[in-house]
Design a protein. Sequence first.
Length: 374
Amino acid sequence: MNPNYKKIASLLTVVLLISFISCQQKKVVVEEIESVELTQNTVESFAGLIVNALLLNNPGVFNEAFDKAYVRQQISDNSIVYSALDAEFGQLFFESNFRLGDKSLDVINRGGDFRFLKYYEKDGEHHVVFRNYLDYGLKIDDYIVDTVKGKIMIKDGFNYISSTTFVNQVRCNMLFDIMNRTNPEGGTKYFGQIRELLYQRNGREALRILEENRAVMEEYPLYKQYYLQSLMQVNPQRYLAQLDEMDGQALDHRSALLYKFLFAVNTGAVVEAEEIAIELIEFTGDDPIYLFMFGVANFHAGDYEAALYCYENALTGMRMIWDIWYGCLQCYRKLDDRENFDKTLEAGKELYGLNDTELQEIAKNLNFATANFE
């Protein structure tokens, strides 16, 4: 045999051997990845990675945590959505639904808070509950996770405010964006009008538009939110009765509880806020934000010492956020506690990078004499 042929044959043998070993190694890795089981530890680690990434200013982990292929398949049952998915604008609309990391990071950067609350398993499905807090409002998401190509990913879920599943929210968002683009004079135009009316505190006109155009609007989860906001402005005495009527019908019970809790907090109904919080905790798991919100209820009820107690104890389980800091200032002002007011105000320099002028402006807005700053 030609010596050159022998060299070539030897090289081919080495290459094939390396390729075989490489394939075996890849096979082992794939088998190891696919053998990952959904357990409380693995799912809680998945949720922890999302929270830690956000605290490190990285929204990408949460953005990429969703099984987009599964969601896309599910929402394709709507012919309008299905037709748009292959178009460039449709794909952009679709992708916009998975920027939950960006939205949660924005909440944190605006003085709010994001937290993983609870893992549980029900009917063979594994759940993680996350909570966003911003401006005395709560957004709670109960996600269902599964393994997808060896990775734990979010497949579906339930949002307490919209009272619908994650998949249906994406479906409705897509439908809304498509119809708004292709038929801007259709039913979607009313949502913009209502949003502006609610901002202007003209709930009566908003409610009229909602009721007159129910047929073309109520398929969107946003309809229920705007309806309740309008009712709150027009007839708050009717609000709780309306929630009771919607409970288990237009609203999931968890959603009705959250709306009732926020109403109780913001109207200073201390006993009701505590009772509803206890019931909510059965679904969401415990959360120091409930203690803070209970403090807000006490503040509105005029019990400033109780409010302070709640704020201070909430901080044993969560980081300082703007509303707790400012809430403490409000309480010290109401109690005419100059010493603690000044001390808390001064802490704003380290907490939020505020300068003396900004702190003096806050003191002025709270009708407290300008403090002496070093």
